[in-house]
Write a protein of this length. Sequence first.
Length: 598
Amino acid sequence: MTNKTLLYRVTPHDPSGHRLSIRLQIDAPDPQGQVLFLPAWIPGSYLIRDFSRQIESIQAHHNEQTVTLHKIDNHRWKCAPCNGPLTISYVVYAWDLSVRGAHFDESHAFLNGTSIFLGVEGQTQMPCLVEYCPPPHTDTWKVYTSLPEATGHPDAAKRHGFGMYQAPDYDALLDHPVEMGTPQVIHFDACGVPHEMVFTGVAPNVDLERIATDTKKICEAQIALFEPETKTVPFLDSSDRYVFMTMVTGNDYGGLEHRASTALMIGRDKLPVTGQTPGPGYQDFLGLISHEYFHTWNVKRIKPQAFAPYRYTEENFTRLLWVFEGFTSYYDDAMLARSGVISQQAYLDRLGKVISHVRRGAGRLKQSVADSSFDAWTRFYKQDENSPNALVSYYTKGALVALGLDITLRQSTNGERSLDDVMRLLWQRYGKSFYQDMDNQSHLQGVAEEGMPALIQEATGVDVGDFIEQYAYKPQDIPLETLLAHDNIQLTWETDPTDNRLDVRLRNDADRCVIATVHEHGVAHDAGLSAGDEIVAVGGLRVHSAKALKQQLRYWQAGDTVELHVFRRDELRCFAVTLKAPEATVGKLSPATPATNE
Ligand code: ZN
């Protein structure tokens, strides 16, 4: 009798060397020779990362006899033919402190499935069991994951315990990362369903109650957006709870979405401290939470066709990330305001920052958000010194496309319809039953590449084909001043008080003032300065920091020409820079009608 399950056992055995040993048991391997693979990328982060390079050693056995296996490409191995159960043993090096990889030391382990679980070709629809085993150096660790316990199995894990967990297929197995250790934890219910928040890393006196209270409001506002009648949470198809896993560090910011959880990294100073008013960075943390939670609907269930299903060993191309990341970026801040965790003016200030970010780069007039989506793998995820001049972000510009669409839809329907109706149609049509349809992959549906205009028309009756063509498929600026005026919001442009007047982005390496990016058509570009140049003097006066540069430049006016000495590599060069009046690139939003006495 064949037990139709793949069994993985994960043991974090070497905390100081950051090594995990993993054993995979395949009951019925391909008799022609089983092929195994490790994902080359992790969904949500569109870059080929070659996770297989962290596998230090790998062996195969059948009945305690060695079965030879060899690499057949960057991500795959093939075993020699064998009849009956095959065991694969391998060691993974886990020392990538990010939301995308695997990280393990004496304090904790955070593991993404894409870094640790070999896929079995031909058996990716098979149910999987995973046994998480404790590390050798401590018995205090607990396990936090949205992956369900293997209820009914004799070695089933208890909640937060080591032991057996289960996934209905390989795709699900990869989509429930795990945090092990002794984190700070708080629980809350949103619309009656449990949510856990887990904080790893040093975070003294962090105000967990405050974070949970605010997060609950954000979650409930999003649930109400997609399911206004039933208030049903989206993730019950995969787990009985949602888990926020946050790594607290000195200065990081980022997140990665999963079907019933998210991995976040945040700088300590963005977290609220008990008994103190939260600093401005706390809004960024709430925005990150809101963003990743929104993905539970938009991209983890409502997907572009290109991700239905994911293909793990190659790029999955789509021109629609402006919908899946852009719309999500529009709603992340909007939901902070709608749930009441930030004020209306704070929302306008955040939106102003997005508008300014888009305006600052000349790349917005060269690349459309559709092309930016398609080229994410080689351009957005491989940014260099010239990226602001060459690329547009499908996050920020995509958020502005969403804003423009939302206003257009409300305006065209006298406020009867909005982008919310579009999200609800996408949810009902593509998202709600996505993981039920996983059983029969030929039924898997995602949004067709050219599908958005028709879907928006269906949801709202409004034809936005031209709007999408111009602002999503062409590199054109969205007429935000006019659009926002319909919402009684005024957009004005101001100069940036922190501007260095050279139209460059600087980076401070120790006591050197180095140009990171030269903005196209700016004064530094006109003068011949380049990224990498170390500015050593302005008008004959020494410069050793961005602050000193600004200090020296105050002696010259717009129209003056000033000599800049720089080291390009180890060669001293001199450039004549003619200063201009600073451009107004900072967008400020305010209510159009000045406040009256009401
Ligand atoms: Zn995102």
